[in-house]
Write a protein that binds this ligand. Structure first.
Ligand SMILES: [Mg+2]
Length: 247
């Protein structure tokens, strides 16, 4: 039996549908640009390799960069083609990107599972954003703060092993083996946990963002296909009488 002192749960693409909305918005932008006569491959290259990295450096990860990045992609393509940009078209691009902002919808079954988990085990939301105030607003509007309680939400700029250690300390957990991290990102959720000796569960995504896909430090973690499966597992292992098998 595990002695579970803390379960940390990621937010974006673990509990709510964030990444696919970003990807769908980008697809809409490229369709619009192709309809306007630009080359599809060149439009994607300009967005992915020139504009978005610069916007991420300026605005950080998150939806605030999307509108400016979309409009800038159009302006860059116009400049390269030697044509005058149309203000109304640039505004349409900006709107497409800006529409991604706002509270993302819950993934199927995720919130009932979070409720079950937080009633039985000490649970906290652990998430990263360049804009903590925006992220807190999303957490609140999604209803996640109500589920776990105000004091059990932690937003950090980047999820590193050091940020995870500080988070354990903030919740009074000394021994990393008493903590669990549940999330969809090998880079941000699993590897920092493995580095510290925190138990980890990867909630696999069918179409993960390339930035999240890195080699795991080792294979000592579980993989599930939905957050509710991770909760079933955690409630099951903590139910077993001492001395019974873990799996
Ligand atoms: Mg995530």
């Amino acid at each position: 039996m595990y002695d579970v002192r803390l379960v940390l749960v990621d937010f974006d693409d673990t509990l709510v549908d964030t990444g696919p909305r970003f990807a769908r918005a980008r697809d809409s932008l490229f369709r619009l640009l192709v309809e306007a006569g630009f080359d599809a491959v060149e439009a994607e290259r300009v967005h992915h390799q020139e504009v978005d990295p610069a916007m991420r450096a300026r605005h950080g990860f998150g939806p605030h960069r999307m509108g400016p990045a979309f409009a800038e992609t159009y302006l860059t393509l116009c400049a390269a083609a030697g044509i005058d940009p149309e203000e109304a078209f640039a505004a349409r691009c900006l709107e497409l990107g800006a529409a991604v902002a706002g509270t993302p919808p819950a993934l199927d079954g995720a919130f009932p599972a979070l409720r079950r988990l937080s009633r039985r085990l000490p649970t906290a939301i652990y998430t990263q954003s360049a804009d903590a105030a925006y992220q807190l607003r999303c957490l609140r509007e999604a209803g996640v703060v109500d589920l776990v309680g105000d004091a059990r939400v932690r937003v950090v700029p980047v999820k590193t092993a050091a940020a995870l250690r500080e988070t354990l300390d903030a919740f009074g957990v000394q021994d990393p083996a008493g903590a669990w991290m549940v999330g969809n990102s090998l880079r941000s959720d699993i590897n920092p946990a493995l580095e510290l000796g925190v138990n980890a569960i990867l909630v696999e995504q069918p179409d993960p963002w390339h930035h999240d896909v890195v080699e795991p430090l080792h294979d000592g973690f579980r993989r599930v296909s939905a957050f509710s499966e991770a909760v079933d597992f955690l409630l099951d292992v903590t139910n077993r009488p001492p001395g019974s098998s873990n799996r």
